[in-house]
Design a protein around this ligand. Structure first.
Ligand code: ZN
Length: 153
């Protein structure tokens, strides 16, 4: 495993669309292992493959019990509610801002063995899933920062 460099906000790669993973091979397994290690090295709660320079639909989200969930080709099936909280991003140093996210997000995808998984995320996990899936669409949280009232975490 290896810690990979994290792309930062002015990198045009972060604005591109990621592609579906068509085959889960050794390359994808190594990517996931490296993303885990990179996430740990930065004490993050989520990471998406474009952040390490790979335009593939692969994310890792840390759930509300601090377990890492690996999701390949994540697809949002449902979103509901809303929460407005401060967040940051490994790719955007020294910036935090209030972003409105759904309170609940249901995501379908594959695990590293190619099995279909359904993840239901509430509260923090809903936010992380929404944030990481935005990365696959070239969206950064700084695009969504809102002013005004918010809930303290
Ligand atoms: Zn991010």
């Amino acid at each position: 495993m290896a810690i990979r460099n994290i792309r930062t906000e002015d990198d045009p790669l972060l604005r591109k669309l990621s592609r579906d993973v068509t085959k889960i091979n050794k390359y994808i397994e190594i990517l996931l292992d490296d993303m885990r290690e990179t996430l740990d090295s930065r004490n993050g709660i989520g990471i998406a493959a474009p952040q390490v320079g790979v335009l593939k639909k692969v994310i890792i989200a840390v759930d509300n019990d601090d377990n890492k969930i690996e999701i390949i080709n994540p697809q949002i099936l449902e979103k509901s509610g809303s929460q407005k909280l401060k967040e940051g991003c490994l790719s955007v140093r020294n910036v935090n801002g209030v972003v409105e996210r759904p309170e609940f997000v249901k995501v379908k995808g594959l695990d590293r063995n190619g099995n279909e998984i359904i993840i239901e995320g509430y509260e923090r996990l809903a936010r992380v899933l929404d944030h990481e899936i935005d990365h696959l669409n070239g969206i950064l949280f700084t695009d969504k920062i809102i002013e005004g009232e918010y809930e303290e975490e």
